[in-house]
Design a protein around this ligand. Structure first.
Ligand code: PMP
Length: 437
């Protein structure tokens, strides 16, 4: 194992000091502040393909991909050229454009799980609107969510479980009224009993159950086969809408997202990230009947100055067009599986208590000997100290992961064989450091 020195962060540190005078915590979104990993946050200057460069000129193979949107890597020519060509005609009109039709057509004609869609500008907005739609449609107020699923910074969903099998949530952020949290029921993932108990206890009160069908915000908590199907059946039996939050999984595990992979029809689906090709786009979709409740067709109000922004629509069109090419998802999965298998083999040979959970091109490094982790409370919080070392070692070897051990990594279509080989060897060395401290 070669001794490695820390990368230079002189310029990043200077920028961070400045940023702290402008922004709370020096950032515009909390996890970027590197609070749970080593050192100051890296300020990124440029991205191209699978690589990014920081302000100090350090180069990394990037497995964060802007937290998921960049399934084609950075600065993909098709996306860039489309964006530039749209911008020649102006950037925003606040009026309908043909580009909105084009992106909607691309999505709806290749996704049998939704009939109508509404574009918004972020995943949070998509979820917030989907919740309002579910409440307006069912004329019920309560929402059921799962501990360990993240759905953006929506008031009603910034709620964590209290103690007990079925709990009214406790707010997980200051500034969320308790009365809002009281409308949110929180149960553990993968727990059929808790689900049934919640439906019994709050009979005819639950407007919607919201779940990340592939929970990927608190580790990768892959659910037992049958759990999502059970959820579907219980929702139907209780006249409750099932919302799949596919902000991460949508267009990531397949063009039809997790709904397509598992063959389960939710009532509403939310999208974000990949749908906008790196620009701020979110969306929610459902059957024509449910969507007919959205304003101006129906009584559920939802609007946006920059909704359906033409430049963002252009980026989405260009990116999604690439995803529809033959074998796109198979190739991505094959590449990811080979990478994951090689690492699993290495840790097995070394006897390290380490697992990589994977679905499609999403992976999560878990510092555990457990074969499965399906619930947030099954993650050993102590394992995060391992991640902290691991993250630093990887950065020093030119590999960039999101700066939190609870976050997943993403492989893009443009990661080359060389990138994967380099990452694999860096991971081997970094694991040796972690387990031989
Ligand atoms: N839902 C899920 C499943 C997400 O992963 C995220 C963001 N990570 C959101 C909603 C919120 O999306 P945004 O950050 O675009 O508001």
């Amino acid at each position: 194992m070669t001794e490695i020195t820390d990368i230079s962060r002189v310029k990043s540190a200077e920028l961070y000091e400045k940023a702290k005078t402008y922004f709370p915590g020096g950032v515009n979104s909390p996890v970027r502040a590197f609070r749970s990993v080593y050192g100051t946050p890296l300020f990124i200057q440029k991205g191209d393909g699978s690589h990014i460069w920081d302000a100090d000129g350090n180069e990394f193979v990037d497995f964060c991909g802007s937290w998921g949107p960049l399934i084609l890597g950075h600065n993909h020519p098709a996306v860039r050229e489309k964006v530039i060509s749209v911008m020649q005609n102006g950037m925003s009109f606040g009026a309908p454009t043909a580009l909105e039709n084009e992106l909607a057509e691309l999505i709806l004609s290749n996704n049998k799980f939704i009939e109508k869609i509404r574009f918004v500008s972020s995943g949070t907005e998509a979820v917030m609107s989907a919740i309002r739609l579910a409440r307006g449609y069912t004329k019920r107020d309560k929402i059921l969510k799962f501990e360990g699923c993240y759905h953006g910074h929506v008031d009603a969903l910034l709620v964590k479980a209290g103690s007990g099998l079925v709990t009214f949530g406790e707010t997980s952020s200051a500034g969320v009224p308790k009365s809002f949290a009281d409308e949110t029921i929180v149960i553990a993932l993968n727990d059929k009993d808790a689900l049934q108990k919640a439906f019994a206890e709050f009979k005819d009160q639950i407007a919607a159950v919201i779940i990340e069908p592939i929970p990927a915000n608190n580790g990768l908590l892959l659910q037992e086969g049958g759990f999502l199907q059970f959820l579907r059946e219980q929702c139907t039996a209780n006249d409750t809408l099932l919302i799949f939050d596919e902000v991460i999984s949508g267009f990531r595990v397949g063009f039809e997202g997790a709904a397509g992979v598992f063959g389960i029809q939710p009532d509403i689906i939310t999208y974000g990230k990949i749908i906008g090709g790196g620009m701020p786009v979110g969306a929610y979709g459902a059957s024509a009947t449910i969507m007919s409740n959205v304003s101006p067709q129906g009584p559920v109000y939802q609007a946006g100055t920059l909704s359906g922004n033409p430049v963002a629509m252009g980026a989405g069109i260009a990116q999604l067009t690439e995803l529809l090419k033959e074998n796109f998802y198979q190739d991505l999965e094959t590449k990811t599986t080979a990478f994951v298998s090689a690492i699993q083999q290495y840790v097995a040979d070394k006897g390290y208590e380490f697992k990589i959970f994977q679905i499609g091109s999403i992976f999560w490094f878990a510092f555990t000997g457990q074969d499965h982790i399906r619930r947030a409370d099954e993650i050993d919080a102590n394992s995060m100290s391992h991640f902290k070392i691991f993250h630093r070692e990887l950065l020093n070897r030119g590999i960039y992961l999101g700066p939190s051990g609870y976050e997943v990594g993403f492989v893009s279509a443009v990661h080359t064989a060389d990138d994967m080989e380099k990452a694999k060897l860096a991971i081997f060395d970094s694991l040796d450091v972690v387990y031989n401290q």
